[in-house]
Ligand binder design. Structure first.
Ligand code: T1G
Length: 698
């Protein structure tokens, strides 16, 4: 890291300003100050005829420094620097490589000339943070590429390739080789008068008001009424860019940006972004080299096994899928082939890539064929005895040093692993269905797991493009513990008077894609029924137990696959219909327990389910199952549909206020102390004026 985040070199009439703030040249306060100083130096130096902006390291600035948001803002502001560049007395050339994103792209938009290398990606992802491009992007981009294209980039938030950027006029040229060298050459030829660089006036900026307003109207129609605040403000800003005088358009954008910055939605989305990155930080694994991985075996080709195999193939691994019979193997390979067909049909996978993946896949019924695998992932039926048998065999056939992983979602990884005879090479890798789509993987080391095995698991997740979250080996790990607490609180409310359909509607209105009972029907009731049976033996005396879920299972209503669960699924439809027989069953259970149904509102449903999830989260932190509250948030957001803009249960609890939520828990504990008593961590944090967020450091 240079002592100065911006290096200024003046030579042959050209000033080269190099931004150097690893890892992604985020435009922090220090960078902004140094950049403005560098620009002023270059603009004031009479020998300078042109200015080149380049970035050191792996990328052009990937935006404003997200960690600075929510903190007291520090001058100079990025819009100010962009305006200085846009009004520069000398041409400024931006040389883009890596990810030119957010404020980084806005910096380039202010320049007179933009060059990009072939691998560059350009985007305005602010909407994914609940924000809008607040440094002139909503004003300059539509003028440069048209309102329609600009709105697509800003509302989608996804980067475009350098090639597409050139086609849409976002960059002036895509250059082979090093873009900084090409930019310097161009600047020098301008400095010697050989080349006249285009000025803003030369550009055929988009000014067609009719097309512009048509794009704005279309975007508003597509957005509809519902949704997060940022997209609609982006459209307002693009409209303002046409209708308002330039300076007022920029001011309009700034005001909208400030508004969004203060929204809980943006706070939640920014938290989620940083929390996902923090989850990868494992201080105790610093300097521990992962083992090399290229050949991976999968035992069990069911829904999970096949999904994991596809995710590994997509990440470039050689995969051997083991099934116990030829029929089962054929079905597993057919499942993968069908998914490939869908991906090719959707344009997500080219036919060539498909062929390459298929070439790296082999199937067998002979476990011995895994003798030289680097890693084996077991994904068989969720039964401890069955899994121990598989691990006993794996311990015999795999080579020393091969890593043995189990995809169990609840069971004791150590108990499963010890059957292999080499527990030090065993780890839990809990993928989520569909495993080739879901980004989360819970990584569960046991007390015997070697550090390099854990380091290898994190490296594997990175290569698969997954978000790995570490959890200690405790039943249900992080996600299923929180889910169970959420469901228990929901069951209490159903027994007290709510209907499961009302609970689902309330949680969908709160931001979840599906409610807890819809999720249960989708996943199937078997695993949670088995878990309840295991838990029955450990239930605290006098602890409240709602038998409704057991009654539903005993009736054979095991979910969508069974045609009915809490909902009915006529002729295999995936949309459930509310079932009067379920309501009758619930009423019968209330009568059996002498419970008179009481009215339950959505606010109470939200509050109790959040309180239950955050309280279980506090217990997970106390037990050391989770290392930081933000890890719990990442698990719930990326694995269980928790609304990303709410930031996860622990962030949400902080937003709701720990004191009021702890007091609510105390109230609920009068109904059932075993479940609702607040974990001691609440008192400790409240006593010290702290929040869960204060435990996220490191
Ligand atoms: N600010 C601060 N830190 C950032 C950062 C940013 N913008 N982007 C990345 N990091 C950190 C990240 O936390 C991690 O840290 C390390 O860099 C590597 O990131 C005014 C309002 C660029 C595609 O939204 O999409 O500009 O964990 O693990 O997978 O209009 O990072 O190592 O300590 O993600 O190779 C808009 C966000 C900001 C882009 C690289 N910009 N970044 O991906 O590495 S808002 C963004 C990314 C804005 C203006 C507005 C990705 C990446 P650590 P990584 P990667």
């Amino acid at each position: 890291m240079a002592d100065q985040p911006v290096d200024v070199r003046i030579e042959d009439g050209v000033a080269v300003l190099t931004i150097d703030n690893p890892p992604v040249n985020a435009l922090s306060a220090a960078v902004r100050a140094a950049l403005l100083r560098g620009l002023e130096t270059a603009f004031a130096d009479p020998s300078v005829r042109a200015v080149v902006l380049v970035a050191a390291g792996r990328t052009w600035p990937a935006g404003a420094d997200i960690r600075e948001f929510g903190k007291p803002p520090a001058a100079p502001w990025l819009p100010e620097i962009c305006d200085r560049i846009a009004a520069a007395p000398k041409p400024v050339i931006a040389a883009l490589h890596g990810h030119a994103l957010g404020g980084g792209l806005e910096l380039a938009l202010a320049a007179q000339v933009r060059l990009a290398d072939q691998a560059a990606r350009l985007g305005l992802p602010e909407v994914t943070l609940g924000l809008l491009p607040g440094a002139g992007g909503t004003q300059r981009l539509p003028r440069l590429i048209g309102a329609g294209a600009a709105l697509r980039m800003m509302l989608g938030g996804q980067p475009v390739t350098a090639e597409s950027a050139e086609k849409m006029g976002l960059v002036d040229a895509v250059v082979p080789g090093r873009v900084d060298v090409a930019a310097l050459r161009l600047a020098r030829s301008h400095a010697t008068g050989e080349t006249a660089l285009p000025t803003a006036a030369d550009r055929a900026l988009h000014r067609d008001g009719r097309a512009w307003m048509a794009a704005v109207a279309q975007a508003r129609r597509d957005l509809g009424e519902r949704g997060l605040p940022a997209p609609a403000r982006i459209v307002d800003c693009v409209e303002a860019a046409l209708l308002l005088p330039e300076a007022e358009g920029f001011a309009f954008e700034r005001a909208a940006f400030e508004d969004l910055l203060a929204t809980p939605e943006s706070a939640g989305l920014r938290h989620a972004f940083l929390a996902e990155r923090a989850a990868a930080r494992q201080p105790d694994l610093q300097g521990i080299a992962p083992r090399p991985l290229s050949r991976v075996g999968i035992v069990g080709g069911g829904l999970m096994g096949a999904g994991i195999a596809m995710a590994l193939l997509r990440a470039g691994f050689d995969v051997t899928l083991v099934e116990e019979s030829t029929e089962a193997l054929t079905a597993a390979l057919a499942r993968i082939s069908a998914s490939h067909d869908r991906a090719v049909a959707r344009g997500q996978l080219s036919a060539e890539a498909r062929e390459r993946e298929w070439d790296r896949l082999s199937g067998t019924t002979q476990l011995i064929e895994l003798e030289d695998a680097d890693l084996v992932i077991e994904a068989v039926f969720e039964d401890e005895a069955v899994k121990r048998l598989v691990f006993a065999d794996l311990g015999r056939v795999t080579r020393p040093g091969a890593i043995l992983a189990t995809n169990t979602s609840y069971l004791d990884v150590a108990r499963i692993g010890e059957a292999s005879g080499r527990p030090e090479d065993v780890i839990g890798l809990h993928f989520f269905s569909p495993a080739h789509v879901m980004r989360l993987v819970e990584v569960i080391p046991t007390d015997r797991t070697r550090p390099e095995v854990l380091a290898t698991a994190f490296a594997l997740a990175r290569r698969m493009g997954k978000i790995a979250v570490r959890a200690a080996n405790s039943e249900g790990f992080i996600g299923n513990r929180i889910l169970t607490a959420c469901r228990t609180a929901a069951d209490f409310l159903v027994e007290d008077g709510a209907s499961p359909y009302q609970v689902d509607r309330a949680m969908v209105a709160w931001g979840f894609p599906l409610g807890p009972y819809q999720v249960l029907d989708l996943a199937g009731h078997e695993i949670s029924w088995a878990r309840r049976k295991r838990a029955a033996a450990r239930r605290a005396p006098g602890a409240r137990h709602v038998a409704i879920p057991d009654r539903i299972c005993e009736a054979g209503w095991l979910g969508q696959k069974a045609g009915r669960g809490y909902y009915r699924y006529p002729e295999g439809s995936r949309r459930g219909e509310e079932d009067p027989e379920v309501l009758a069953l619930i009423e019968a259970e209330r009568a059996r327990k002498g419970i008179v149904a009481r009215p339950v509102g959505s606010a109470e449903i939200h509050r109790r389910l959040l309180a239950a999830m955050a309280n279980e989260g506090a217990r997970l932190l106390e037990e050391g199952v989770a290392r930081r509250p933000s890890d719990i948030d990442v698990v719930m957001i990326t694995g269980y549909g928790y609304p990303r803009w709410r930031g996860g249960p622990m962030h949400d609890a902080d937003q709701a206020g720990l004191l009021s939520l702890r007091n609510a828990l105390r109230d609920y504990a009068r109904e059932d102390a075993a479940f609702w008593t607040p974990a001691p961590l609440w008192d400790e944090l409240i006593k010290n004026g702290r929040r869960f967020a204060d435990l996220n450091a490191g």
